[in-house]
Design a protein around this ligand. Sequence first.
Ligand code: ZN
Length: 91
Amino acid sequence: MHNYGLAVDFIIVSDDGKLALWTEAEKWTRVPAMAKSLVFDWGDFESFRDFPHLGMSGGLSTRDLQKGWRPNLISRVASAISENEAERENG
Ligand SMILES: [Zn+2]
């Protein structure tokens, strides 16, 4: 996904930004939960866990991307925003 510009890797840092926090379990699950509520896939793959990884495959596989297909992320983002707004309005 990185090769197609559809992924980023992130790191959790201390409040002063000087230390990488690899053991902050609560933060390592909160960030992906927020990202997954938008259009990101998180790196909790069946084959291995890559917690710092967020992808935007839009459900496409690497094989699909190799064929030239690209995810329709705009409609997915619009849909995710609508769902988040509806959840907020409903409490
Ligand atoms: Zn990655």
